[in-house]
Design a protein. Structure first.
Ligand SMILES: [Zn+2]
Length: 323
């Protein structure tokens, strides 16, 4: 975050408030109740305009601001953030935003240039990069970089939400109380969720706690909840798994007698289906335990279309298949 950008935004936002006030008074004086701006610029209502890359980030922001700011998420259900490129419409939304929130740690790898350019003139915040680095995973296979999938440790996501609450209250003085109160309610729900996940995982036999997925998104989940995690592809989906990776994965599943493997909503299931075929050809039976939401939430308007619902759905799927 750039201190100049922060000051500019605070100043601009204060100006916008004054402008809305003056325009409002003028309309009342003129006896005109009709709003004829006809523009698609949502900031004309004076609310802070937030654009978030992933659904998980948009969900956190919405929970904190409620109706007091506008939140737009760019990546919908089933979208893989590692491969996602900004569309023309995204570029428009990003250029009109007061604040841009993204995960960072190279999750949105193909948006790095766009976000970098925008950061020169507005507030662009990488939420996962605001976490204490001692809390982050740095898997050896990722060549010194941090694992970006922080939302899979609910307690870590709570810290992200707390940081976001602090940032938003610093920016929008008018809504400090609301943001603090909403932020508190949201983080309390995450505490309850964290407890629930721990309790649910404890119902599976210890030897069954191996989670085989299409890509290495679940490292934080494994670390937080005591499950060994194996992804066929690496931390990013940019490079495909090779033959050697597949053979090693099949060996592991046969040796450990793993009962189920999982496909991911944002990733083509073919590679995992090939693993199942390979394992079954070796005389051990493994099934597809279901679809997990890894880097994208479910459809809007469904329980899985929220962060809490997504985590619950994943845990239910995992527990059911491994029990
Ligand atoms: Zn991923």
């Amino acid at each position: 975050m750039n201190a100049n950008n922060l000051d500019n935004l605070k100043r601009r936002f204060l100006m916008k408030g004054i402008l809305v006030f003056v325009v409002g008074i003028t309309l009342i004086v003129m006896g005109c109740s009709d709003r004829k701006d006809g523009s698609d610029q949502p900031s004309s209502d004076g609310r802070l305009r937030i654009v978030a890359t992933t659904g998980m980030i948009a969900d956190a922001a919405r929970n904190i601001v409620g109706e007091h700011a506008e939140v737009v998420g760019l990546m919908g259900a089933g979208v893989d953030p590692h491969l996602y490129k900004a569309t023309q419409n995204d570029l428009k939304l990003l250029s009109e935003a007061d604040i841009i929130l993204y995960n960072g740690l190279h999750l949105e790898g193909k948006m790095a240039d766009v976000l970098g350019k925008l950061a020169a003139r507005k507030l662009v915040i990488a939420l996962a990069e605001g976490l204490d680095t001692t809390l982050l995973r740095r898997p050896p296979e990722f060549e010194g970089a941090y694992d970006p999938h922080v939302w899979f440790d609910v307690d870590l996501w709570k810290r992200v939400a707390q940081n976001l609450t602090d940032t938003l209250t610093a920016l929008d003085a008018e809504n400090v109380e609301v943001y603090r109160s909403n932020g508190g309610i949201y983080t309390a729900s995450l505490d309850a969720l964290d407890e629930w996940v721990i309790q649910q995982i404890s119902t599976t036999p210890e030897k069954s706690r191996v989670l085989v997925t299409a890509h290495d998104a679940f490292g934080y989940f494994g670390g937080a909840y005591g499950i060994e995690v194996r992804g066929l592809q690496g931390i990013s989906t940019v490079s495909e798994a090779g033959l050697a990776d597949r053979a090693a994965m099949i060996d592991l599943i046969v040796e450990r007698k793993v009962k189920a493997v999982f496909i991911e909503s944002s990733i083509n299931p073919k590679a995992i289906e090939a693993i199942v075929e390979g394992v079954n050809g070796r005389g051990h039976s493994v099934s597809i335990g279901g679809e997990l939401f890894s880097d994208a939430m479910g459809e809007d308007g469904t329980p899985e279309g929220t962060y809490v619902g997504m985590v619950r759905a994943n845990v239910n799927t995992i527990v059911e298949a491994l029990r």
